[in-house]
Design a protein around this ligand. Structure first.
Ligand code: AHR
Length: 496
């Protein structure tokens, strides 16, 4: 058994709200995320659906309280022409998905389908505009089409297509990965293009609430953030993106479910890198925007492994194990603790792609370990961040070390405090002592996600192998909480 880990919780000094949009998701036209995942077609008689959108998926995602959903990409977004996805479905042109498997799509899932689906989910849409191969006019027209309440060519077209009132669309991405699949641009060039696109996106929504997000840096490309913050006037910039995946090695990613402890350890190194990335990108943003007006938007994050054997390599279909639960737990703790600047994020991707929360197989669905972490953590959405300090033991392997325990805490609108603890140690239980300052609690309850093996995952045959259970390992005494956090587990405590 390890020595004690020490946490100090400042329960009376919360100032920052954990924006619920940190808990956002991402759904691209990629593999079976949209077609077969969310959408099975209006004519489907086998799978219960609402206008083609699976009811089981909607029910599961509602329990997560997903605050926003990003669409239609990813790399796909910079090839997508939204006008091909409106109007009668049998008249829509096809599109070849050149980034993901080269498949031909029929455009049957378009703007109306996505925005109506967001209303079903109770999630705010986040639309990624095509900058790489589109035009300023095309993106400006899209904003007009979905948001304009007055009389105009685009609002007329929307009404003809069956939607009288505009939807509420605040979040807009101006391109995606402009440094790569979005056009291989240099930051100075992209910053100029951004200014041009952003100029013509306003004036269409009455409340002028548009929230424009610049295509952000690839992991540690700090120069990208520097140039964007320097060259784009801040009155036309509401958010700056960052993308970071937990990948062992891009040329040798390894299996999603059959991996060694060393591979697990390396994945956790990559995931914990998010702390450094967020800190350093934030420091650059602070330099240009000390009042923190512009949000950091980590609009792609998660684990990326080899596809499952026998599946299309372009579809990025991978299993999801307790390792992924660890990535989710530590990453969300990092975002919570940086909530002053990180105000939005999107896990990649919701269904059947990369670190998915749901996998589907025809009429069957399963909830992954990552789903359960997102569900357990949704108590932090829009709660007040409570500052924590931590002194943790190391998780050591082959001479390398990582912090074993990670933590974040918040107080919700009803005055209930939640503490989320993650122990990534591949072998040891971690004893954590939490000193509570500034509050007196009388009761503690909790839930835990753990499993005998780090490779454990849910399958269509055994969909409930990994699921949360009641946690009995916490004891409260005056001003102190003692918690036994099992090896590679996530614990969320509730204090009253
Ligand atoms: O999420 C998969 C892909 O990863 C996205 O399309 C792209 O933006 C990123 O490179």
């Amino acid at each position: 058994l390890s020595a004690q880990n020490q946490v100090t919780l400042q329960a009376d000094s919360g100032k920052v709200i954990i924006n619920k949009h940190i808990y956002g998701h991402f759904s691209e036209h990629l593999g079976k995320c949209i077609y077969g995942g969310f959408y099975v077609g209006e004519g489907n008689t086998k799978i219960p659906h609402t206008k083609g959108v699976r009811n089981d998926v909607v029910d599961a995602l509602k329990k997560l309280k997903i605050p926003n959903l990003r669409w239609p990409g990813g790399c796909f977004a910079d090839t997508y022409h939204w006008k091909d996805g409106i109007g009668p479905k049998n008249k829509r042109p096809t599109i070849v998905n050149t980034w993901w498997g080269g498949v031909t799509e029929d455009n049957s899932f378009g703007t109306h389908d996505f925005l109506d689906m967001c209303e079903l989910l109770g999630a705010e849409p986040y639309l990624s505009g095509n900058v790489g191969s589109g035009t300023v006019q095309e993106l400006s027209d899209w904003v007009q089409y979905v948001s304009f309440d007055g009389i105009s060519p685009m609002s007329k077209l929307r009404k003809e297509n069956g939607r009288e009132k505009p939807w509420t669309v605040r979040f807009w991405g101006i391109g995606n990965e402009a440094w790569g699949c979005g056009g291989n641009m240099r930051p100075e060039y992209y910053a100029n293009i951004y200014r041009q696109y952003a100029t013509f996106m306003t004036g269409w929504d009455n409340n002028n609430k548009i929230f424009r997000i610049a295509s952000g840096a690839n992991s540690s490309d700090y120069n990208w953030t520097e140039v964007l913050m320097r060259d784009i006037p801040h009155n036309m910039l509401e958010g700056v993106g960052v993308h970071h995946y937990s990948v062992i090695d891009w040329s040798k990613k390894g299996s999603a479910s059959e991996f060694s402890e060393q591979q697990y350890f390396t994945t956790m190194q990559r995931a914990l890198k998010m702390e450094e990335l967020v800190t350093k990108h934030a420091a650059i943003m602070d330099k240009y925007d000390p009042k923190k007006r512009v949000a950091m938007v980590v609009d792609e994050w998660g684990g990326w492994y080899d596809v499952e054997p026998g599946t299309n390599p372009g579809f990025l279909y991978q299993q999801n194990t307790m390792r992924d639960a660890m990535i989710a737990g530590v990453t969300l703790n990092i975002f919570n603790n940086h909530a002053d600047r990180v105000r939005m994020a999107n896990l990649a991707q919701t269904i059947n792609v990369l670190q998915a929360v749901i996998l589907t197989n025809d009429e069957k669905i399963l909830l992954t370990p990552t789903y359960h972490v997102m569900e357990m953590y949704n108590v932090h959405q829009d709660a007040t961040l409570l500052p924590v300090k931590i002194k943790t033991n190391d998780y050591t392997l082959n001479g390398e070390k990582l912090p074993a325990v990670s933590v974040s805490a918040s107080r919700d609108k009803n005055g209930v405090t939640h503490i989320s603890l993650v122990n990534i140690d591949g072998k040891n239980v971690q004893d954590v002592t939490i000193d509570i300052k500034g509050a007196k609690y009388t009761a503690v309850t909790g839930r835990v996600l753990s499993s005998p093996k780090i490779q454990d995952h849910n399958t269509f045959e055994s969909p409930d192998k990994v699921k949360p259970a009641v946690f009995k390992g916490a004891t409260l005494s005056t001003g102190k909480l003692s918690v036994k956090v099992p090896a590679f587990s996530v614990v969320v405590l509730e204090l009253k």
